[in-house]
Design a protein around this ligand. Sequence first.
Ligand code: URA
Ligand code: SF4
Length: 263
Amino acid sequence: MGLTEWVRRDQQPAEAPEPVTEVAPTAEPVAAIEDPLTEQTPVESPVVVPEPQPEAIPVAKVSEPAPPSVPERDPPAMDWDALRAQVARCTACALHETRTQTVFGVGQTQADLMLVGEGPGEQEDLRGEPFVGAAGQLLDRMLAAIGHSRQSTVYIANVVKCRPPGNRKPHAVEADACRGYLEAQIALVRPKLIVALGQVAATGLLGEDAPVGRLRRGSHVHGPSGTPVIVTYHPAYYLRQPLEKRKGWDDLKRIRARLAEPA
Ligand code: URA
Ligand code: SF4
């Protein structure tokens, strides 16, 4: 227990004035929570920690630049029930601390068309379903315009399954921590076409950080599954920029045409 104090004090002098330059620390607390150093008032066993292990001492110096951002955990389950349960209890990134509940995905699990958004907003966090707020209602109307719906022909999921506080964009470490679940969902649905809704979804699926305005003109493939990807604006964008809806309609027609192509 003396050791705990010693290490902690040694880490503190770096009260760095720099604000939020690194995101890496967000990934750390997960390991810290599981740290068994929390002492339980030594009861009787006299043999507890006779001497500090030689390797334990240098730990105070952070010699490596960034630890792996994705904490170790079980690989994503490959059946729907197990995957859903695994996501529901996931604590692999800091977003679990502020969520009301996880937002797994919704729709037809054998759909030809899979839509991928960014992450739950306030309404989604409260209701546990993706795209149920204003943007989601617009999305439903857009889908209906080409004869699709979440009830019958589409599967919808997000890059991150927990709401980023204040609806900020998910950090890269959070998207990375959650990626395995999205990959598993894609592998289970086996859609004919994936539509990335907005930049975060496009980056999450393609690893490309280009603006949607450029990506929507290209043709893309989701690497792990080989599924074609169309990138389009996030429906929230059309709520802010109604004059851009024309582009959304053009993209919907491309989606419809792509789905009509023989496999
Ligand atoms: N925006 C998203 O990207 N996903 C949702 O589920 C809701 C809003
Ligand atoms: Fe787990 Fe994803 Fe939620 Fe992070 S966002 S806690 S990785 S389910």
